[in-house]
Ligand binder design. Structure first.
Ligand code: TYM
Length: 336
């Protein structure tokens, strides 16, 4: 029997800035799939966020469609959740502009993701204002849908705090308009680290392709990447993020895919070697990704049906977003 949905709204987004990896899946998408049955759910491909660093048009278009296809292939059902592409709903950038006028500059400059990206971008293409204003656009995404909860990985927490403080500032100033969004974080898999350097998070923009497992990687690629994942000195398969960050990261991935507890995993591998554990981990990932990859191939073969889903999603998202934006503009004194 279908679960009865709460009226609570869930919203989240993923940037189409490269390949989606198992960190995106375990930190975010896995939660999306679960929440769609219990909440009023909206999931967005945030292409306007992706352009805060330079993108090649053809790649952006391809990555946008692939990201949306991966939502569906992972089990997000357009009958349960709205799926759409951000740039198809102009209210996002319009509300972002409005929110920019109440966002303290210092808060944007303090964002850790901004500081990290400034360092990498300064060396490459230069730093543009969009990168600084990125969190305000993210706040607009969330607040437009009067969102109650935002499923995310650990790295987005600070951005949700800004969205909350902007909601509060706006509500205090212009009257109650926005809900107060709560972050939803699955602690054990909220921060999957690079397979090559367990002090860095697994990232789409990492130049070293061995540092992440792409959701569409072949079984051979997955075996190779897990085999060459760095491990700590010592040989026990024990979860201890501080003392054994590399094996702990692999154990978190194992846990994310099998749902076994850390203790059950440790017990199962008590007498085993790192090599045994890595072999099994690779097979677990391959087995879990197989149905997703099959569904992705099927969706790729029916582009028309798929594009229809995105256009319908945008139409539904727009009707909710436009209502909030009208309310905001009316409260602020715009001529409407
Ligand atoms: P993005 O595209 O970098 O990542 C998408 C989601 O995946 C999570 N994630 C991870 N989780 C665990 N381990 C990792 N290594 C890992 N890497 C990424 C992210 O936390 C995120 O939940 N700013 C957002 C996109 C965004 C958004 C929004 C999110 C724009 N508007 C509104 C929620 C609500 C971002 O760059 O995510």
């Amino acid at each position: 029997m279908a679960a009865v949905k709460e009226q609570k709204r869930v919203f989240s987004g993923i940037q189409p800035s490269g390949v989606l990896h198992i960190g995106n899946y375990l930190g975010a998408i896995k939660q999306f799939v679960k929440l769609q049955y219990t909440h009023n759910a909206i999931f967005c491909v945030v292409d306007e966020h992706a352009i805060t660093v330079p993108q090649k048009p053809q790649e952006l278009r391809r990555n946008t469609l692939n990201t949306a296809m991966l939502y569906l292939a992972s089990g997000i059902d357009p009958k349960e959740a709205i799926i759409f592409v951000q740039s198809q709903v102009p209210a996002h950038t319009e509300l972002a502009w409005i929110l920019n006028t109440i966002t303290p500059l210092g808060e944007l400059e303090r964002m850790t993701q901004f500081k990290d990206k400034v360092q990498s971008q300064a060396k490459e293409a230069g730093v543009f204002a969009g990168l600084l204003n990125y969190p305000t656009l993210m706040a607009a995404d969330i607040l437009l849908y009067r969102t109650d909860a935002v499923p995310i990985g650990d790295d987005q927490k600070q951005h949700i705090e800004l969205a909350r403080s902007l909601a509060e500032r706006f509500n205090n100033h212009f009257g109650n308009t926005f809900s107060m969004p709560e972050p939803l974080i699955e602690e054990d898999t909220a921060r999957i680290m690079s397979l090559q350097d367990p002090t860095k998070k697994m990232s789409k923009s990492d130049d070293n392709t061995k540092s992440y497992i792409h959701l569409l990687d072949t079984p051979d690629d997955i075996r190779l990447k897990i085999k060459s994942a760095v491990t700590d000195s010592g040989k026990e398969i024990v979860y201890d993020r501080k003392k054994r960050p590399a094996i702990s990261n692999l154990i978190s991935i194992y846990r994310g895919y099998t749902k076994m507890t850390f203790k059950e995993i440790e017990d199962q591998y008590k007498e085993k070697t790192y090599a045994d554990f890595k072999n099994d981990l690779a097979e677990v990932i391959i087995g879990e990704l197989a149905p997703l990859q099959k569904r992705f191939q099927e969706l790729s073969a029916d582009k028309t049906g798929f594009e229809h889903i995105l256009r319908d999603g945008a139409r539904r998202a727009k009707s909710i977003a436009d209502t909030t934006l009208q309310d905001v503009k009316q409260k602020m004194g715009f001529f409407i």
